[in-house]
Design a protein. Structure first.
Length: 115
């Protein structure tokens, strides 16, 4: 009985840690996508990169390390009516276990300007 337990425990621990890491990565990806969408929405309405960056940072406030201005890129500097604005939010996700990573993650959002 002890031999089987000793053989299975490392596998079970790795499985549990893998589930935790996957859950964190999935949650971070959802936050990045929401942040990019909120930033694109703000840019399409206000046409201000400062406001759009603030919207992205607020939407991704639950990330471990806060987003910097360099993590948020815009497809154009201006949002003219009738064109599309694409915002990309990049982030490096560190793992809890330190076995793998960090993982480069990216969220994208696109909105029609003035629409």
């Amino acid at each position: 009985m002890a031999v089987e337990f000793a053989l299975l425990v490392p596998i079970l621990i790795m499985l549990v840690l893998g589930i935790m890491e996957f859950g964190r990565a999935y949650n971070a990806q959802v936050m990045l996508t929401n942040a990019a969408r909120e930033s694109a929405r703000s840019m399409a309405i206000n046409n201000s990169q400062t406001t759009a960056r603030s919207a992205a940072k607020n939407a991704a406030s639950q990330l471990g390390a806060a987003l910097a201005d360099g993590n948020i890129t815009f497809s154009a500097t201006d949002c003219t009516v009738g064109t599309q604005m694409t915002v990309t939010v990049s982030y490096n996700l560190n793992t809890l276990t330190g076995i793998a990573g960090p993982f480069a993650m990216r969220g994208k959002g696109t909105m029609l300007c003035g629409g």
